[in-house]
Design a protein around this ligand. Structure first.
Ligand code: ADP
Ligand code: MG
Length: 696
């Protein structure tokens, strides 16, 4: 096994090892400089790299190449071009130029742009992100790229992410220089834990709702849910185990360090976590992992559900975003062993606390989606309120630092050292116990637990990086002028904690008391996507993204439009799917069942007037009521859909949220009630028991 793993790991990746082996020395050196600093490649170098890359790809079975990018649809996109270039004599050669490697020009008109790009100016271009290695997938050489409009506006998730990473790098380097560390760049790191469900393919195929919307829109709660808590970390079903083995193989070939796998809380729910990596690479890998998971599941007769809430009543799926900052050889969120290192740790910690408090609304909106609306605040995932968990130990340190409230700039040296000295080396065990916190310090990194399983994490990390860059910039400006550096750092940390303490909460985030307490503290509680989206356009948030050239006002506006439209589109599809399923399948099924029950009762009465038909009558009454309720709700839903067609933007989204969702809930409740009464052979959908527990 070990031999095998070692041989396959990264075998489909044009990684540094391959570059070193195959590229001419000088080319390799330029390439390495680019990998490390993001310096642009010149065209001569790119030509050599492209030619070597093509030969390598062909040796590994590739015939085509694609620029692989992340438009605002939330998924990845690709358009395949053959390497083939015909000669006039009827033969052909395989070609791939530096220009083709560096830049592509897909027609951008059919991707969402939020009004950024009129179809008349349909051209967009993709630009190579050389820091994320090219790889081969299904005989296609995939080149990770960013996607922009012809005039340079970002049309994708990766462009702002890369911009935010360099913004943070620049400011973090300034702060580190003050600590005597002359580093040239700081990267942010991410380790995403991906949750998902695996169900049988035949069950999936029998459910229009799963096929069209990724979640069940109907389905009575089964006799058993997750109450016994035996699934979490339980022994895997053999079919799941085989899936994971196959998945590991495929991911390792792509150089994705898949590491931890286990059953999750809900039945049929699982998790996969890789070893963390530089943010843009970790996100590319996560998107690739999601795709490979879906394909591998099919090979095992399964379907991998990545929606945030495929099943009502059991836990939904999230994607925990473990995040830190690192300079060569050091994790900046790792508390040090010496007072000086502790000071450095404290300043970065303070920057994160301040950033999360000041931009809690913007961070919240990065995890807003119709799917995630079912999770946040639903007693299973963090609430829609952002707060930070720091753990008891760190809280004590923070208390100690802030206790002395005299003067922030001239606090006695002795006391300061004392305050910093008590900072112990953290162990994960003592800090990572609060599963209800949306943003938790876990010893040497923060874990942002709000993102949903289906999301591209770029947006969340873009905001996090930029907000932290902003605070580090303020700190660097101030500290560069300081006469007594240590005292100034302590003063800054104190001030930050004093001003932003409201964001720190170590208690139970699922409790109602917290919601009341958070309101008292003035924290945002943006309950749904529709409530959250407008904050994208607040002046404070526009300014932040503009200041660091991450997203211009125009780009922010376009993202707001795209998200708003996305919300309405998803709800539209869900509502229509419900309407179709209830009218064409569920209502007819319930009526057929009633007809048989009624016929049976008449037949009984025909034999003898005195025989009891009490049960039949009660069943008929109950199902009739359900069917009537379904019919009324379906009509209302249809009327509302006719109304919402005439609305646009926020008005439409509000109508879906405030009026359509409640009617969908009523339609479902009536159907789910009928499901529990109608005979098993009549109900046309696989049940929750069948899907989650494989009960026949
Ligand atoms: P949990 O207890 O939440 O299941 P794990 O121990 O499984 O957490 O790790 C979660 C993720 O955190 C892993 O992907 C791991 O690689 C990642 N991680 C560890 N250190 C860092 C770091 N410095 N930056 C980003 N992610 C990290
Ligand atoms: Mg976790």
């Amino acid at each position: 096994m070990e031999m095998k793993t070692k041989d396959i790991y990264g075998s489909l990746v044009f990684n540094e090892h391959v570059m070193k082996e195959r590229l001419p020395k000088a080319t390799y050196k330029s390439m390495k400089a680019t990998l490390e600093s993001g310096a642009p490649l010149d065209i001569d170098v790119a030509n050599i790299v492209a030619s070597v890359m093509k030969d390598w790809a062909i040796e590994h079975g590739a015939t085509h190449y694609t620029h692989w990018f992340q438009p605002l649809t939330g998924i990845t996109s690709e358009k395949h071009d053959g390497f083939i270039s015909p000669n006039s004599d009827g033969t052909a050669i395989m070609e791939f130029s530096g220009k083709e490697l560096i830049k592509g020009e897909p027609d951008a008109s059919s991707f969402p742009s939020g009004g950024l790009r009129a179809t008349a100016e349909a051209r967009g271009y993709t630009a190579w992100d050389p820091t994320s290695y090219a790889f081969i997938k299904d005989q296609v050489l995939c080149i990770p790229t960013a996607f922009c409009s012809y005039t340079g506006e970002a049309l994708d998730e990766k462009t702002p992410l890369l911009r935010s990473m360099s913004a943070l790098s620049e400011q973090a380097c300034r702060v580190l220089r003050l600590f005597g560390k002359d580093v040239s760049h700081v990267t942010t790191t991410v380790g995403p834990e991906q949750e998902f469900f695996l169900i049988k393919k035949e069950d999936y195929e029998a459910r229009e709702d799963l096929i069209l919307t990724g979640r069940t829109l109907f389905g009575a709660f089964p006799a058993k849910g997750q109450e016994l808590e035996e699934h979490y970390f339980g022994v895997m079903r053999p079919v799941v185990s085989a899936f994971y083995q196959d998945l590991d193989d495929e991911l390792w070939k792509l150089g994705i360090p898949a590491k931890t796998k286990h059953n999750e809380v809900a039945p049929a729910q699982h998790e996969l976590a890789p070893i963390f990596d530089t943010t843009n690479i970790a996100i590319d890998h996560n998107l690739l992992t999601m795709e490979v998971m879906r394909k591998v599941a099919e090979r095992h007769g399964l379907v991998c559900l990545q929606h945030e809430k495929p099943f009502d009543g059991v836990n939904g799926s999230g994607k925990h975003n473990n995040w830190s900052m690192s300079a060569p050889g050091m994790n900046l969120l790792d508390p040090g062993d010496t007072p000086k290192e502790n000071l450095q740790f404290l300043i970065f910690l303070a920057a994160v606390i301040k950033a999360v408090d000041e931009y809690q609304d913007l961070l919240r909106v990065t995890v807003a989606s119709p799917g995630n609306d079912h999770r946040l605040g639903a007693q299973e995932a963090p609430p829609a309120i952002i707060s930070i968990f720091v753990g008891e130990e760190l809280e004590a340190v923070i208390e100690a630092i802030t206790a002395d409230d005299d003067s922030y700039t001239a606090a006695p040296k002795l006391k300061m050292d004392l305050g910093v000295d008590v900072l112990p080396k953290f162990t994960k065990d003592t800090t990572d116990r609060n599963r209800t916190s949306p943003f938790a310090f876990t010893g040497n990194k923060f874990e942002f637990r709000m993102p949903g399983s289906a999301m591209n994490l770029s947006n969340a990390n873009t905001v996090l990086n930029t907000a932290v860059a902003k605070e580090l910039k303020g700190y660097a400006d101030e500290l560069e002028q300081a006469e007594d550096f240590d005292a100034a750092v302590i003063a800054l940390v104190k001030r930050t904690i004093r001003d932003h303490k409201r964001i720190i909460f170590n208690g139970n985030g699922y409790s109602e008391e917290w919601e009341a307490e958070a309101a008292k503290r003035g924290l945002y509680n943006l309950k749904s996507t529709v409530d959250a989206l407008p904050v994208i356009l607040s002046e404070k948030n526009l300014k932040l993204m503009e200041e660091f050239n991450v997203l211009s006002r125009v780009e922010m506006k376009s993202r707001y439009e795209v998200e708003l439209e996305h919300y309405s589109k998803i709800l539209h599809i869900e509502a229509r799917t419900m309407l179709g399923m209830s009218r064409r399948k569920l209502i007819p099924a319930a009526i057929a069942f009633q007809a048989d029950v009624a016929a049976g009762a008449s037949a009984k009465k025909a034999v003898s007037e005195t025989v009891s038909t009490r049960t039949e009558e009660r069943i008929l009454a109950s199902v009739s009521q359900d069917v009537d309720e379904m019919d009324v709700a379906a009509d209302e839903l249809e009327a509302l859909l006719n109304k919402v067609y005439k609305l646009n933007g926020m008005e439409a989204a509000r109508c879906y949220h405030d009026e359509i969702i409640p009617v969908m809930a009523r339609l479902r409740a009536a159907a789910d009630h009928a499901e529990n009464i109608c005979g098993k052979d009549y109900w046309p959908l696989p049940t929750y028991s069948q899907m989650l527990f494989y009960v026949e």
